[in-house]
Design a protein around this ligand. Structure first.
Ligand code: NAP
Length: 252
């Protein structure tokens, strides 16, 4: 019997696939059977580490280098991807700017909102259109604990990630009856480049670790199970959910 988690025959777009969580998600989706289209600002069209990993899992890989802060480039990307009619879109790429709110540069605010929220809406509109036309598709966002909490020194990031939680529910309300699932994964504190500044600060690092019930920082690979689940037919009745994968952080 075929597993409900089997993604054989599907194609998944993963943004931010060059490293960190996106890399791990791309590999997990490939190991579940999906071919991968990987996007990031520095993604080579061939020869990336994530391509090696995906091909090592026996699946196809195409890379697109696109700066998601460039609205016109995002529209071009979305148009090109829509023509390929992928089954799964993982909006994972993200950036962060850490400065106390009172001095937070508005340019940083604008860039973070553009990459972490607006570009994802624009890309999703374009890629979801063929999904809606055929009545099948999976859209998955990478949210954050800061979709639920305020954070410290990252007002733009928190605003964007709180927006992602709202957008997930807004799109799900419109598209659930049309066969397209829209959900999000909220990672906890995961050891990637995104959190290197926190881990380099001994006091912040210790305070964060002390509060995580699982007693460890997350690894990017910890996100693999949730993304495969949400991309699969096992999640066909899951709509508008923001699923924490956080070592228990939100439960405290
Ligand atoms: N790490 C955590 O604890 C944590 C927690 C909650 C949520 N998240 C979220 O998880 C997602 C992945 O983060 P991560 O921890 O894996 O961070 P990361 O290691 O810094 O990776 C970020 C990824 O996003 C891509 N990216 C950044 N800016 C981009 C742009 N302007 N255009 C295109 N691609 C861009 C990067 O591409 P290049 O390599 O080409 O620059 C890279 O592939 C983000 O949305 C982040 O907010 C992370």
């Amino acid at each position: 019997m075929t597993s409900p988690f089997d993604l054989t025959g599907t194609t998944a777009v993963v943004t931010g696939a060059s490293r960190g969580i996106g890399f791990a998600m791309a590999l997990a989706l490939a190991e579940a059977g999906a071919d991968i289209i990987g996007v990031s600002s520095s993604m080579p069209s061939a020869g990336s580490a994530v391509e090696d990993a995906v091909r090592g899992a026996g699946k196809q890989f195409d890379g697109y280098a696109v700066d998601l802060a460039d609205r016109a480039a995002v529209v071009d990307l979305g148009t090109a991807l829509a023509a390929r009619a992928p089954d799964i879109l993982v909006n994972n790429a993200g950036t962060i700017a850490r400065t106390p709110a009172i001095d937070h540069p508005v340019d940083d605010w604008d860039r973070v909102l553009e990459v972490n929220l607006t570009s994802q809406f624009v890309l999703t509109q374009l890629v979801a259109r063929p999904m809606l036309a055929r009545g099948r598709g999976k859209v998955i966002f990478t949210a954050s604990l800061l979709s639920f909490q305020g954070g410290i020194n990252v007002p733009g990031y928190t605003a964007a990630k709180s927006g992602i939680a709202g957008l997930t529910k807004a799109l799900a309300n419109e598209w659930a009856a049309l066969g397209v699932n829209v959900n999000a994964i909220a990672p906890g504190y995961i050891a990637t480049d995104n959190t290197s500044a926190l881990r380099a600060d001994p006091a912040r690092s210790a305070a964060i670790l002390e509060r995580i019930p699982a007693g460890r920082w997350g690894d990017a690979a910890d996100l693999g199970g949730a993304v495969v689940f949400l991309a699969s037919s096992a999640a066909d009745y899951v709509h508008g959910a923001v699923i924490p994968v956080d070592g228990g952080w939100l439960g405290r």
